[in-house]
Structures are given as structure tokens and as C-alpha cells.
Design a protein around this ligand. Structure first.
Ligand code: MN
Ligand code: MN
Length: 475
């Protein structure tokens, strides 16, 4: 038996040597706990207002205006804070630092889009005397999760004459919602139960119930469909052809809610990746006179591989860096932009999967993130031999770890499931192609990509603090 003194020594050695993962809650005093809960209220409010990529950008614009950021295009003299929006879906907020931009920018990049159901371009039809809408899902959904639940319709329609119509239906309790009726268990044995889960509900059957009252003239074909069109024409001036130039998205109609007796968790649609949008937006909103130039990027189309003109693969970042250089009075050319990006340090602000108590086998527990253990650092994503991932360097992870430790940020590391079993992608690799250092850093979720994803309020608040530390670091 060791003596008491000796025992102390041994404990000291143990504490010093072993990696110690800690719960955020254990580090919060009463005042900080209060801050965690207050922050969560603002976040839930944001989630309820920002249910699509367009609405997310609108909310970030509102925030940027409130915090005195000036929109590129307006006269920009005597400002250090700007924002730029492209195609209503992608956005950047930037603050000029007092060091030259060419020495590198501090970038946090999140994404505004979430998995959902999009209406097809010819969606409306009638079958067995019901009016229905055809959809094509967007992003990695588990289709069975989207049936038998209330869905709200959000989006934009460009009418025949070019007029724009924004629709949002099903969020207010008085408004109707939409749904996909699932098959009764009594009838499901062959049609669903005997199939693989993945095949039990197929994409082409994700058809939305949209009405059931017939057009009064009994001699008309497709009377139920026509009656829906009549309603849309009477109320919004729409005709069937208008669906062609529309982006209409179905998202869960329910609101963000607290989960559990202790209200420590948040359940909501769209937390991937609006949790990182919100926390990075709040973090850059707090910054004044930074040393380095700062940039919060809010990109679109991450969920479908960052394709398209609003994605991380578009040249939006270069345009924003060019804005910042102009604002700083630097003559802009491609070499300056390239150098600025090459010297930058970035966080790919995205979520990871938390260790699921019911499916612990899909994780390798030593390297899985856990709910309540702070911001999750993911060195690489990818799958089957890190394929398709941006693998952050030891130097960069070391640098970031020092910042977090110095600011007492509780952090953990994560990976996307077991080797050869999990994997995935984020925007990190696309920004990395500019040569900057970048690493994935965000909140670990349960039920990721589901209509009701779960986060910990402590992790959300810690992520906001971590992004602040990253933006204000002076290492
Ligand atoms: Mn994501
Ligand atoms: Mn995702």
C-alpha cells in the first residue's frame, strides 16, 4: 500500500500523463450554466426561423445588419465589417484585421443547406381521387423517417411574368401542413417488412398529400388536381407551369424543442449544419479590431457534394477575399488572392456523429465523439483509407489545440464511425485546395440527418466559445 503522500504523487503523474476527456457540465458554475441555457434560446429561435438555405441567409443578413456589417455594393468607406451575398443562398461576413491580409485570413466555413424533400418540376397530379405532389429528396436522408409526419412547404416561385413569390406554409399552427401517408402495418408484410430497410420506402413513393376536394364540374378530368390549381391561382395567381421555375422544399413542420427532464438537449430539424452557422455567426459578431482579417463563410449545397454555383466549389471565396483586399486598399490580382488564401487558417464548421447508446458498435469508442464533451475536432473525414478527406496536419492540430487549451475550451476528438464502416465528406477538402490549413470542428449530434437531430446545449455553447477563441487568437 502506498503512503498518502506517495498516493498523491501517483495521482499527479496519472493526471499529467493520461488524456482526460471531460464533460462540459462539470466545468460550468451556476452563472455559466445560465449562459448556456440563454444561448440555447437564441439558437432555437434561429432554427425555427431558418429552415431552408435561403431563410438561413436571410437570418444571417439580419444579424449582420444589426451588428453594423455593410453589404458589399453599398458605399464602404470607414468600415471594417462587410458582408456579401450570392444568389440568396451563400454568404460571407468579413472583418478587416490590422495585419496585412496576405499574411492569412482566419476563416470559419459552415453550410446553410440541410437534407430535405424538394418538389419536382412537374409535381402536381391526381391518383385515387387525391391530389399529390412528387418530390426528389435532397441530401442523405433515411427515407422512412420522412413519412407520416407533418411537413411545411417553404420556397420561392418565379411566375410566368417574372414576379417572385415566396411561400412558407405549415409553420403557423393555424396553417395546414403536408404529409406522406405511410402504409398501415396490416398491409406492410410484403410491401415493406420483407425488404431491406433501405428499400422499404423508396424515393419515388415519397409523394405528398395536397388535397381531396374535387373541382365542381363533374365532367372535368382530374378534378381534385384542378381544384388545387384553382386554389393556388385564386390565392397566389399561380398556374401549373409556374412549378417549373420554383424551388419548393418540404421540411419538418415542428419547432425546435428542449429534450429531457433537465432540458439539457435540443431536438430540431436542420442542426446539421445550422448549429455551426449560428455559433460562427455569433462568434464573428462579437469581434472588434481583430489582428488578422476574419471571415465567416456560409456555403450551400454541401449535402449534395458541394456542387453548383452556391457551393464551396464555386469561386465565391475568391470574390470575398477580393472585396476585403479592396477595402484594405490593396491592389487586387490573382497572385495576391492566392497568397492570402494559401496563408490562411480555417475551420470547416460542421457536425459529427456522437456515440449512439443504441448503436455503439458502429463506433470505435476510443475515437468517437460524445454528447456533452465539448467541441469535436475531426482531423479527417473520408472513408476506407481516408479516401476523399482533407487530413489536417499535426502542426495545425497542435496549433488549434494550444488555442483551445489556453482559453479553457473543452474539446474532444471524433471520427465518422469505424474504419471501413463509416465515412463522409465536408467542405474542408474544397477550401484546402487553396492551400490553407483547415480542420473540421463542430458539434457532435445524435440522429444526424434525421428530421429531429439532437445536440447538447453545453456543446453548442462551447462551440461558440471555441470559434471565438479561434477568431481572436494571438498565437
Ligand atoms: Mn454538415
Ligand atoms: Mn450533413
Amino acid at each position: 500500500m502506498p503512503e498518502p503522500d506517495e498516493k498523491e504523487d501517483l495521482k499527479r503523474i496519472k493526471d499529467k500523463l493520461l488524456l482526460n476527456r471531460e464533460m462540459v457540465w462539470d466545468h460550468l458554475d451556476e452563472k455559466e450554466k445560465e449562459r448556456v441555457f440563454i444561448f440555447a434560446e437564441g439558437y432555437k429561435d434561429f432554427l425555427n426561423r431558418a429552415k431552408t438555405e435561403r431563410e438561413t441567409v436571410e437570418e444571417v443578413i439580419r444579424f449582420a445588419d444589426e451588428r453594423g456589417f455593410k453589404r458589399v455594393g453599398a458605399p464602404l468607406k470607414k468600415t471594417k465589417k462587410i458582408y456579401r451575398v450570392n444568389h440568396h443562398k451563400v454568404m460571407a461576413m468579413g472583418i478587416l484585421g490590422y495585419k496585412p491580409i496576405e499574411e492569412g485570413i482566419r476563416i470559419i466555413a459552415s453550410h446553410t443547406d440541410s437534407p430535405r424533400l424538394d418538389l419536382k418540376q412537374n409535381p402536381l397530379y391526381q391518383d385515387v381521387d387525391l391530389s399529390l405532389l412528387k418530390t426528389h429528396y435532397y441530401g442523405g436522408i433515411k427515407k422512412y423517417q420522412w413519412v407520416s409526419r407533418s411537413l411545411a412547404l417553404h420556397g420561392k416561385i418565379i411566375k410566368k411574368d417574372g414576379a417572385e413569390l415566396c411561400l412558407k406554409l405549415g409553420e403557423d399552427a393555424a396553417e395546414p401542413v403536408f404529409t406522406i401517408a405511410d402504409l398501415a402495418p396490416h398491409l406492410s408484410r410484403k410491401a415493406q417488412y420483407e425488404k431491406k430497410l433501405e428499400d422499404a420506402v423508396i424515393g419515388e413513393k415519397l409523394n405528398i398529400l395536397a388535397g381531396s376536394i374535387p373541382f365542381p364540374d363533374k365532367d372535368t378530368k382530374d378534378r381534385i388536381k384542378l381544384n388545387v390549381l384553382k386554389y393556388l391561382n385564386d390565392n397566389f395567381g399561380l398556374i401549373e407551369e409556374d412549378f417549373v421555375s420554383a424551388e419548393l422544399e418540404l421540411v419538418p413542420a415542428e419547432k425546435a424543442r428542449d429534450i429531457g427532464w433537465d432540458k439539457s438537449l435540443i431536438g430540431s430539424y436542420g442542426q446539421d449544419d445550422r448549429v455551426c452557422v449560428y455559433t460562427s455567426m455569433r462568434a464573428i459578431g462579437d469581434m472588434e479590431n481583430p489582428k488578422h482579417t476574419l471571415l465567416a463563410l456560409f456555403l450551400d449545397k454541401e449535402e449534395i457534394g458541394s456542387e453548383g454555383n452556391t457551393s464551396a466549389k464555386s469561386r465565391f471565396l475568391e470574390a470575398v477575399v477580393s472585396d476585403l483586399l479592396t477595402l484594405a486598399g490593396v491592389t487586387v490580382n490573382e497572385a495576391v488572392i492566392r497568397r492570402s488564401l494559401m496563408n490562411s487558417k480555417a475551420i470547416s464548421a460542421d457536425v459529427n456523429c456522437a456515440l449512439d447508446p443504441d448503436y455503439q458498435d458502429v463506433h470505435e469508442k476510443m475515437n468517437a465523439a460524445k454528447i456533452g464533451y465539448g467541441i469535436c475536432i475531426t482531423k479527417f473525414t473520408g472513408s476506407r483509407g481516408k479516401v476523399g478527406s482533407s487530413d489536417a496536419s499535426a502542426e495545425y492540430v497542435g496549433w488549434l489545440r494550444q488555442i483551445f487549451n489556453r482559453k479553457n475550451i473543452i474539446w474532444q476528438t471524433g471520427e465518422l464511425g469505424k474504419v471501413d464502416e463509416g465515412g463522409g465528406g465536408t467542405i474542408a477538402k474544397f477550401l484546402a485546395s487553396c492551400g490553407m490549413d483547415i480542420i473540421d470542428c463542430g458539434v457532435a449530434l445524435l440522429g444526424m440527418h434525421s428530421p429531429f437531430e439532437v445536440s447538447s446545449k453545453a456543446d453548442v455553447y462551447t462551440t461558440y466559445r471555441a470559434y471565438r477563441a479561434f477568431l481572436s487568437e494571438d498565437l
